[in-house]
Write a protein of this length. Sequence first.
Length: 222
Amino acid sequence: MAQKDLHELLRSLRVWDPRATQLRPFDPDTAPPTPLTLFTSWFAEAVAAGQPEPHTMSLATVDEEGRPDVRIVMLHGADVDGWSFATHATSRKGRALSVRPYAALTFYWPVLGRQVRVRGPVTSAPAEESQADLHARSTGALAAALTGRQSEELSSVAELREASQAAWERAREHPDEPSPTWTLYRLRPETVEFFQGDPERRHVRLEYRSTGFGWSRGLLWP
């Protein structure tokens, strides 16, 4: 597509078309005292509203040279210990987290015009817990983990197909087979921001901040 065509296409698009998006009122004064409670509520509302794959999120990390990187991963859980996700410790994001164990997450649910942003330090779970998390997932998830070599250079699609097929066979025959580098990570939030879009562009941004003694809350200009 030519650059001119891209610009024309961009100008033709509409943000939060009312035919597909329901912008709901959000009164920050009624928000619960902890961000996990509000996140759980918003997540359930996104699911009920038909948001496709609401459990996907952007994960941003920084490598040893201070260069940022971001990708889409799946949420594995959220509780008092933090927001959790998993990957190979040898992958790019795993290597970045080993040298700079701090990250940011963003959830975007356009069906409701909502975002949730989470930032904080990241720790890795013990190996036993990481493997238990992997084996609680689907056969396909195990096969993908057993394929391994995430982020390494690939010579051809045929090589991937062959390795994946072998991994699928192993996953079906040995559903408890470990993937030694597979790691469950937890991000313990220092800040959690909830963004609710508004049709008049008076977006509501409520930020929770960890104080060490609980949570404080404050509004941000949109």
